[in-house]
Write a protein that binds this ligand. Structure first.
Ligand code: GAP
Length: 517
């Protein structure tokens, strides 16, 4: 576990050192849970978005895109339920004046029991050496049994308060924190306030004060921009059910516990698609979208074992099925995408609040109805993090050397080809630039002339550049270069005229998309 945490810390540092992700307003020491993407990060992020967008809009005849505004009419959020119910349970420590999510404090306590169990097992393994039977020890050690019982009892109580009739049982939550003697990590005391609900939406004022202002929210999800445009798109695009509307855009949540780098941010980006279907067919479509989305993830080649579905037992009142796609991050399996069967809740609510009919006329049935919706919702930043985590490797090389390499899928890599002149003379830089000027229209190229070739390779490995080309004396004679592969480090001599043909197909998003058909 500690080892995984170390790896994660290294990935965070790597992201900063190599221009992927910086803390926001870094010169002022950053802003909590807000991050900026650097010169390499923005390219990777754009490629992720392109992969998603084209898999939706290009590969499906019946999916179109929109780009709705971040600000929306305030009634939107009343209708969607966010004003009344988009809350987290909070608790303050009176001594440290620090605020915590009460549910997270309890989850951390459960994790502590697990940590203690693992420590016991590790101690026993050390003591009994090769005679150690781990399964038997876990099943029979009184200490491990006691800790597991405590953890299970806490888990049961936690489930009860979270799923209480009429919403979370806040008093019950406080009672658990007291009974478990949970202390504030800063002050070390148990001087807690009551638990209360805290709305996660950011708000601001729109309009000059003299005209009278109105409170508007920064959207906490992009989905509502799609729902309020359902009629516009359906009518102007003459869309027939089933059809989908896709959107990529920023979302904002005043997360109280913001941690694990870009996993939980206050400003983040979502890629959401709402698929409108005939009532009664939604569960078949839910199943189909589960499969389609899992295929999209696994197509990146990170190994099927690193993904799993987490089906929700307890559903929101408007949903009749929901699942998460989780990815194996260094800090455990974590949600990257949510797939929800949202019934006709959102469209019906908007119809109710705006006083207009929001329906679909089905020519086959000669009847109008409110469509049902399957939603696929993925965070760009979480996807970015999962790709970084899986791609990062500190590799031991022959001769005791090491290299840090990002095995990014070539189609997502920020730079596809780096071109190096062996020396800065004899016309080699000019030849290298000639190659770049020819290929830059087809994929992202980078020119590098500083340092020894070995160091240049290392720099390119660290940003995940799949191919490097070196221009040397022989190039000037026969127009061939050495082409080096990032993952195998193999080098081969190829003709400059063949470079595009060798590289383009491997680094294009199209190559990924073709596998999805
Ligand atoms: N429209 C449905 C919706 O917003 P969600 O499960 O709250 O559902 C969907 O969010 C996805 O958005 C998540 O799976 C995650 O990838 C991303 N996401 C949500 N909150 C986030 C945050 N604070 N920081 C980064 N990504 C977040």
């Amino acid at each position: 576990m500690a080892q995984q945490e170390d790896v994660f810390k290294k990935i965070v540092s790597h992201c900063k050192e190599y221009g992927f992700v910086f803390p926001s307003s870094d010169i002022y020491d950053g802003l909590g849970a807000v991050y900026d993407y650097g010169q390499n990060g923005v390219e990777l992020k754009n490629n992720i978005k392109k992969y998603w967008w084209e898999s939706m809009v290009l590969l499906h005849e019946n999916i179109v895109g929109i780009d709705a505004a971040i600000f929306m009419h305030p009634t939107t959020w009343k209708a969607s339920g966010h004003v009344d119910a988009f809350n987290d349970p909070l608790i303050d420590n009176r001594d440290s004046k620090k605020r915590y999510r009460a549910d997270v404090l309890i989850e951390d306590k459960m994790a502590k029991y697990d940590e203690q169990i693992e420590k016991e097992v590790a101690k026993a393994a050390k003591r009994f050496k090769e005679n150690f039977d781990e399964a038997q020890y876990r099943a029979t050690s009184p200490k491990v049994q006691e800790l597991a019982e405590k953890r299970d009892a806490l888990h049961k109580r936690f489930q009860e308060v979270m799923n209480a009739e009429g919403g979370i049982d806040l008093a019950g939550m406080k009672q658990i924190i007291e009974d478990e003697e949970i202390v504030c990590p800063i002050s070390g005391t148990r001087n807690w306030t009551d638990v209360r609900q805290f709305n996660l939406m950011f708000s601001t004022e729109m309009g000059a004060a003299a005209e009278g202002t109105s409170k508007v929210y920064l959207r906490p999800e992009t989905a509502q921009g799609i729902f309020v445009n359902y009629l516009n798109v359906q009518k102007t695009g003459r869309m027939k059910l089933p059809f989908g509307i896709a959107q990529i855009g920023k979302a904002f949540r005043n997360e109280i516990v913001a941690r694990q780098f870009i996993f939980r941010m206050r400003e983040f980006e979502q890629m959401e698609m709402q698929f409108f279907v005939k009532p009664g067919t939604e569960l078949d479509w839910f199943q189909k979208w589960k499969e389609t989305r899992m295929k999209w993830h696994q197509n990146l080649g990170f190994g099927a074992e690193n993904y799993r579905f987490h089906d929700h037992d307890k559903l929101a009142h408007y949903a009749n099925a929901a699942t998460d796609i989780e990815f194996h991050m260094p800090f455990g399996f974590k949600e990257v995408e949510g797939i929800h069967s949202r019934t006709n809740f959102d469209l019906s609510q908007h119809a109710k609040y705006c006083g207009k009919k929001i329906e679909y006329f089905d020519p086959e049935m000669n009847q109008s109805y409110v469509p049902y919706v399957i939603e696929t919702s993925i965070g760009v930043d979480r996807m970015f993090l999962s790709i970084m985590c899986h791609s990062y490797e500190e590799q031991q090389l022959e001769g005791g050397q090491t290299r840090t390499v990002l095995h990014l899928p070539a189609a997502l890599a920020p730079v596809k080809l780096a071109v190096f002149p062996l020396t800065k003379k004899d016309g080699m830089p000019e030849k290298a630039m000639e190659i770049i000027n020819d290929l830059r229209f087809h994929f992202n190229c980078k020119y590098e002339e500083k340092d020894q070739i070995g160091k240049r390779y290392r720099r390119m490995d660290a940003i995940g550049c799949p191919y490097c080309v070196t221009v040397d004396q022989q190039t000037l004679e026969d127009n061939t270069v050495t082409l080096r592969d990032r993952d195998t480090m193999e080098q081969r001599r190829v003709n400059i005229a063949d470079l595009r043909g060798i590289i383009e197909d491997k680094v294009s998003i199209t190559s990924l998309l073709k596998n999805l058909l």
